[in-house]
Structures are given as C-alpha cells and as structure tokens.
Design a protein around this ligand. Structure first.
Ligand SMILES: Nc1nc2c(c(=O)[nH]1)N[C@H]1C(S)=C(S)[C@@H](COP(=O)(O)OP(=O)(O)OC[C@H]3O[C@@H](n4cnc5c(=O)[nH]c(N)nc54)[C@H](O)[C@@H]3O)O[C@H]1N2
Ligand SMILES: Nc1nc2c(c(=O)[nH]1)N[C@H]1C(S)=C(S)[C@@H](COP(=O)(O)OP(=O)(O)OC[C@H]3O[C@@H](n4cnc5c(=O)[nH]c(N)nc54)[C@H](O)[C@@H]3O)O[C@H]1N2
Ligand SMILES: [Mo]
Length: 695
C-alpha cells in the first residue's frame, strides 16, 4: 500500500478530525507501542483551541470498538438479515469485479450507482480513487445534495460563492444572530468567538423553532415557524428601509437591484411577516432595529434552516441583509454559511472526471426512487449495482421505506465499505472493512474556518481493514482497469491535491503540512471577504436582483417560498398531519455516526421526541409515554418528553438513530420525503408534517 513514511510507534501524531462538521479540528494522537492511547485537540490551532467535541473525544473508543469490521464479508442469509461469512480480500474483490462486469455487459455501466457522502470529509478517502474508478467505468454519477446544496446555491446567486465572514474575526462583531443553527452541538468551536464578542457587549440571538441548548445560552430566543426565515428577513428589510437604516453608499457601489429590493421589502410589513413567521411584530421590529443600528453584525446561518422547500431562497434572502446595512465592510461582519469555497484543492486531478463518458446523474436524496422506479426514475437502465461508502443511507436517507424496498431487491448487487455493520451494511452482498482516520492518510478543507489540515496515520489498520483509496485501487485492478491514475499511491494523491496555482492555496504545501499539521489559506488577516465589494458574482456585485435566477425561472428577488407541507401550499395535508417534525442531530451523534459507541448512545438515552405541553395535553401525552410519530410515508416510535422549550406545533426527534438500535427498527427518516428544495436539489428533511399519538 501507499504509505512510504513509517508509522510512529511511540509519540504524538498530527491529524485532522474527518467528520462532517464546520470545525475540522486539528487533532493530536498519542501513540504508545503502536497503540493510540489518547486524542486531544491541538492547543495551538486558533479554532480548535485544544478541545474536542463530546463525540470525537471518543474516537479511540470508536476506532478500537469490538464491533469494528476486520475482514471482508459475503452475505449468506436472506437480504437484509445481516448474515455473513468471512472471505479473503482476493476472493471478495474477484467476485465483486465479476458481478460488476456482468452488470456492465447486460445493462451498461450506468446501471452501477456509487453512493457516498461525508462519512469522512477527506479528499483522499472521500473523492479520489473512488471517483476515478466510477468515472473510468462510466457509472452513473451521484449528485451529492443531502446536506448543503440549497444554501450553497443561495449564497452563489447572491454573493457569488459559498464563502463568508471569517470565524476568527467574530469576536469583533457587535451583534450575533445564530440563525437556524445549533452551534453548541453542530459547530462548537465557533462558540469561544461568540463569547468573545459577547464579553465586549454584543447581544447573541438565536432564531430556531426549538429552544436548543444553544438557544438557552443566548440573550434571546426567537421561536420562528419552520421554513419561514425568508419572511422574517423580508420583514426586517422592510423596517431597515422604512427607518432609513440602510447603508446607501454600500448599496450604490456594491449591489445590483437595490431599488427593486426596496419595493419588494415594502410589501413585507412587519404585520405580514409576523403572520407568516409566527413571531410577534414587535419582536421583528426590535430585531430589525438592532440589526440596522449595529455596525458589524455576524449572522451565522447554517444548514438547518435550508432543509425546507424554499431553503435556497431563505439563505439567499438572509445573505442580502449585510449588503443592505454595509456590515460586510468590517471583519467579523456579514454572513457565514460556509468558508469552504475559499479552498481549491486540485479536484480535477483527483477525480479524473475527464475519464468518464457522458452519463446520467442521480440525485442522492432520491435513492428510494432510483432503486424502485422504472429507469431509476430518471431514464436509462435500472440500478443493478450499488456501491456505498462514507455514508449510511439505510438510516440517513429520506423516505427510508422506499430506500429499504430498493435495498431489499434480490436483483440488486450491493457492496458497502464500512467501519461497522450499519443499517446499510445489513443489506449488502459484500461488506468491505475500511480504515478510520487514525489508520490512513488524508488532507482536508474546512467549512467553518480557513485552515488546511493534513491527516497522518497514527496506527496500523485494524484487522484487514484498508483505506477506501486502496480498496478502489485493488478493485480497479481486479476489473482489469490499467489506466495510470490507478497507480498513484496516497502520498502522490496528496501532492496532486495540493498541486494548484490558485492564489488562496499559495503556501499550503506538503512540507508545511507535514511540519505543522495545518496551514492557513493565503488570506489577509483580518479577512473581510467583501469589504470592498468584489463579490464573486458575474457582475462583481452583491446581486440583490439575480438575472441568473430569472433565467432559471426563479424569482430574481428575495422571496418567501412556503414549505411544501404548509397551510399555504397544502391545507388539507396540514389538517391531517398538524405537527412539524424536526429531526436535527442529537448532541452526541454525528448524523448516524457514533450511535453505536455505547458511552455516547447512553448519553442520548433512547429515541425520544420533545413536544410542547399545549400539543401534548389534547393528545393525552405525558413525559415518558411511548408515542408513534406518523404520516403518509411512514411511522416510528419514540418516548415523549413534554417541555415548553419548543414552539407550539413543532416536534423534535433528536437524530439520526440507527434503526437497529431503536425499539421498533425504524427512525425519523421513515417519515421524511424525497422532495427537493427550490435550488440545488437539496433535501427537505424538516419540511415534514406528522401526527403524534400514544402508541
Ligand atoms: N454534534 C453534531 N454536530 C454536527 C452534526 C451532527 O450530526 N452532530 N452534523 C454536522 C452536519 S453534517 C451538518 S450539515 C451541520 C448541521 O448543523 P446545523 O446547520 O446547525 O443544522 P441542524 O442541526 O440540522 O439544524 C440546526 C437548527 O436549525 C433549526 N431549524 C430547523 N428548521 C428551521 C427553520 O426553518 N428555521 C430556523 N431558523 N431554524 C430551523 C433546528 O431546530 C436546529 O436546532 O452540523 C454538523 N455538526
Ligand atoms: N432525519 C434526518 N436525516 C438526516 C439529517 C437530519 O438532520 N435528519 N442530516 C442529514 C445530513 S446534514 C447529512 S450530511 C447526512 C449525512 O449522512 P452520511 O454522510 O451517511 O453520514 P453518517 O450518518 O455519519 O454516516 C457516515 C458513514 O460513513 C462511515 N465512514 C466514515 N469514514 C469512513 C471511511 O473512511 N471509509 C468508509 N468506507 N466509511 C467511512 C461511517 O462509519 C458512517 O457509517 O444525513 C442526513 N440525514
Ligand atoms: Mo450535513
């Protein structure tokens, strides 16, 4: 295999947290006699600041977990029963290669579907050899939309790219809005900067239908009706313009469409915004004034609020606010959805997309349809082979009943690369053991700061586990693919990823990464991306009016797009299923990762739902009762907790449970839908009406 550098037997090894989280921590692993004994956050890293989250503190427990997959497995029992026998790597790879070749000769390579997401965010183990393999075969492409594409499109249309205010300057903000994000759970390394600002007097306000652990720590909680954030932002704009709180100079010099936006905002009186959002008019007015009078407000908008029909437009509308007030002028001011587009690793070299013939693309959130509808729901051959890695769609994909019907197909050949026997692995024909971050090389971007991070392996692979890169390399060889790009070892892949002349990547070299573990992008300090305008849109301006959106048939101005499952769009459905289910992550889980780590699962307890007393009482529900959450797509059972820290009409089921760890073998995604957001084809997990009843 690849590693030409020896492992450190005793000492410390620098690495990167691989998980799908904005923080991408720099980690230091202590190794004794070749065994990892301790993991800690790098105290010198400006964002990690020496601490890790509740989950990754358990990464060693997860790595040496007694349930780790240690050798390839072949199915022996009926599909989905999880009955397997061990086989050798050679045998497994030879048989998989034969089965894939049969699919190609009978149905064409597009009948093969890769399915991966961000189980690791690393470029090597996440998008290098795997992409080369599927591109070279000519397999169907996967549109990786499950998390962030709606909001990313909203940012792109407005400021030109998914970048924003710098986390390290947030301490200088004079007002902080945590908008649709559970910071203490999902982005905890932002918190020290929030506290810094607060110590200097910045109020911290949380806008969330749930009074989360984050909202409890804030100065104010605004319990908005789910899916209506654009209406709140439009109501704020109304006040800003009506009370002359806008920055005319910034608007004139750095935006397009200020006059049209002003007319649009004029339609959104606070009364109208209040009726839509369920927030008192006085609260909207006070928020707008506070925002308009601030000089340097930081809005942390995160992905939670874009999991609704109008998710792209909601993010876009919020992203217009700092151009109206000119807060982009100052470091720390503005909006941050992500910082990821400041990174430009050489993905062209890693992916080798040029090796692929033109093929169809399948949206990952429509996996249920892709596996069960004729022509995979999009045209072309049925999906006959599914190769899953870095993802657990058997738990996290929407409309799980449809997904399971697909995975149960006897004529579907399924291969799963995993650390553990997940809900998805149970449906596999072959399960292949993959290494964890302590066992392989990688290189990472971040989406909540501006440091590139290297991950060096700390220990030898557990059992016969192999890195994803090596599994796809061997699979390519087993299929007789002899292109030179399958010969690159992992260190070569890292060098290829870094081989770019993008100015922001200048100084991010292998040598510096080896020495320090992490390197800041070549950005000024302090960094205020749009202080002089210089937006990355076609016009170079903040596009309050977007010609591109007009061409896409979308409203070119900020607008409120009601949820699919709302009184505005489907009153009958809401009458039948009156409660909105939000299934955002539990504090101790990372989507479905860590659910099988006993100490963390004990911390969460059991699958539960939080429901407001006014919703619980008429249903006869009390804390501790077993309840069924149901809609037309499916149902799952949880224990109720009656609390007023949630908006009336909203129910929270902390997620994402492995179905095999729940009482009834089901989870929240039994009820979620495959519908797509307005932009980006994103998932609408929280656009989900249900009823809750005693089980
Ligand atoms: N501990 C932990 N950390 C994580 C993750 C995890 O699973 N566990 N997941 C990681 C990943 S993949 C991601 S994408 C990020 C996600 O992190 P966030 O972007 O913070 O997203 P969510 O946790 O999905 O939702 C955040 C909040 O949005 C609220 N919300 C839901 N709908 C609306 C709405 O319409 N309007 C408003 N204003 N609020 C709404 C929810 O109640 C929730 O409290 O976190 C990352 N970090
Ligand atoms: N109801 C509901 N559903 C949701 C969400 C929600 O809030 N509510 N959140 C959504 C969001 S934001 C996201 S991003 C998705 C995330 O969905 P996924 O990307 O599927 O994330 P995880 O559930 O963490 O599963 C990742 C899997 O990858 C495996 N893995 C990790 N590293 C490696 C590796 O190096 N090699 C291999 N082969 N495997 C590896 C882990 O063991 C784990 O089982 O879920 C979405 N689903
Ligand atoms: Mo995500």
């Amino acid at each position: 295999m690849a590693t030409t550098l020896p492992l450190i037997q005793d000492g410390t090894v620098r690495g990167a947290c691989p998980h799908d989280c904005p923080d991408t921590c720099a980690i230091i692993t202590t190794v004794e006699h070749g065994r990892a004994v301790r993991i800690q956050g790098d105290p010198d890293h400006p964002v990690t600041q020496g601490f890790l989250c509740a989950k990754v503190n358990r990464y060693i427990e997860r790595t040496y977990h007694h349930d780790r997959l240690t050798h390839p497995l072949r199915r022996v029992g009926p599909k989905g029963r999880g009955q397997f026998e061990p086989v050798s790597w050679d045998e497994a790879l030879a048989d998989i290669a034969k089965r894939l070749a049969e699919v190609i000769s009978t149905h064409g390579a597009e009948a093969i579907l890769p399915y991966s997401y961000a189980g690791t965010m690393g470029y090597l183990q996440g998008e290098s050899m795997d992409r080369r393999f599927f591109h070279t075969l000519g397999a169907s492409r996967l549109d990786r939309t499950i998390c962030s594409t709606a909001g990313a499109a909203g940012m792109r249309m407005t400021v030109g790219a998914n970048i924003g205010a710098d986390t390290e300057s947030v301490g200088d903000a004079d007002l902080i809005l945590l908008w649709g994000t559970n910071t203490l759970t999902a982005n905890p390394h932002l918190w020290p900067f929030v506290l810094q600002a607060r110590e200097k007097g910045a109020p911290v306000i949380c806008i969330d239908p749930i009074r989360t652990r984050t909202a409890r720590q804030c100065d104010e909680w605004i319990g908005i009706r789910p899916g209506t954030d654009a209406a709140l932002a439009l109501g704020m704009m109304h006040v800003l313009f009506a009370e002359n709180l806008q920055d005319d100079d910034f608007l004139a010099r750095h935006t397009i469409g200020a006059d049209q936006l002003r007319s649009r905002a004029a339609e959104w009186t606070v009364e109208r915004a209040s009726a839509t959002t369920g927030i008192a008019a006085g609260v909207i007015e006070a928020l707008a004034r506070r925002y308009g009078r601030a000089k340097n407000a930081f809005i942390r908008v995160n992905y939670g609020l874009q999991r609704h029909a109008g998710g792209g437009m909601a993010v876009r509308t919020i992203a217009c606010l700092p151009a109206i007030t000119g807060h982009w002028r100052h470091a720390g001011g503005g909006v941050q959805l992500s910082t990821s587009k400041n990174f430009s690793y050489n993905v062209t070299a890693l992916h080798r997309a040029d090796a692929s013939p033109p093929v169809r693309t399948i949206n990952m959130i429509r996996l249920g349809d892709a596996l069960t509808l004729p022509h995979a729901g999009v045209g072309g051959p049925p999906v006959k082979a599914l190769v899953v890695y870095n993802s657990n769609p058997g738990a996290v994909a929407p409309d799980l009943n449809a997904v399971r019907r697909g995975l149960a197909r006897e004529d579907l050949f399924t291969v799963v690369l995993e650390h553990f026997q997940t809900d998805t692995a149970d449906w596999a024909d072959y399960v292949l053991p993959a290494t964890t971050q302590l066992e392989h090389w990688d290189v990472h971007l971040a989406y909540g700061h501006h440091y590139a991070t290297l991950n060096r392996p700390a220990i030898a692979p557990i059992g016969q586990a192999l890195p994803n890169t090596e599994i796809f390399r061997r699979l390519a060889h087993a299929m007789g693919l002899s292109q030179p790009w399958f010969e690159d070892d992992d260190l070569s892949l890292i060098r290829q990823a870094l081989d770019t002349d993008q100015p922001k990547m200048r100084g991010v070299t292998f040598e510096r990464l080896m020495e320090h573990g992490w390197v800041r992008l070549n950005l000024p300090r302090p960094y205020a991306p749009f202080s002089n305008g210089e937006f990355l849109t076609p016009s170079g301006k903040c596009e309050l009016y977007s010609e591109r959106m007009a061409q896409m048939g979308l409203d070119p101005l900020p607008a409120y797009i009601p949820p699919y499952e709302s009184p505005e769009r489907d009153a009958a459905l809401v009458a039948q299923w009156p409660l909105t289910l939000i299934s955002s992550p539990a504090h101790q889980f990372l989507n479905s990762s860590f659910v099988n780590v006993d100490s963390l699962r004990r911390g969460v307890g059991q699958p539960e739902c939080i429901i407001h007393p006014d919703d619980a009482a008429p249903r006869g529900i009390r804390t501790g009762d077993e309840v069924e959450i149901r809609n037309g797509r499916g149902a799952f059972t949880v224990t109720a907790r009656v609390e007023d820290g949630i908006r009336r009409g909203v129910v929270w089921a902390p997620s994402v449970w492995w179905t095999k760890f729940s009482r009834d073998g089901r989870n929240a995604n039994q009820t979620t839908s495959q519908r797509e957001t307005d932009m980006g084809g994103g998932a609408t997990f929280y656009d989900n009406q249900v009823e809750v009843a005693l089980a």
